[in-house]
Ligand binder design. Sequence first.
Ligand code: ZN
Length: 134
Amino acid sequence: MTVLPKVGEEVTVVCKRSDLERKVSLVHSSKYQTFYGTIYPTQSWQKARKSLNLTTGNNFFPWREIPLHTIVSITHGNNTIKVKIEKPHKKIYKVKGSTGTIYNVLKSNGAFSCDCIGFKFHGNCKHIKAVNKT
Ligand SMILES: [Zn+2]
């Protein structure tokens, strides 16, 4: 397991652009992008997602959320951690809600998401909790 830099540390993070991002952007066609900033605490609503928050110094995007599975390397101080990009490991669970509706809980690289409205607003929901228990 990679030891992640602590909150408040200044880091340079190189990460892989998603294929979608490369498709929609004409300017940024490179495969990798680099961010420089200070590690920012993970917010409670982000806990179900595995990501690293970075302040950017940019007024329009004061901080960025970088999904851990896209990170290639993290440099802090004189240390550079090379991160092995794992192939996306995806699994979908069907979870029956209290009203009988079936929800799709996606587990991707250990991070959960759900197609219910609760997840949209809170970043977590009882369907994810149900999958997590099994
Ligand atoms: Zn849900």
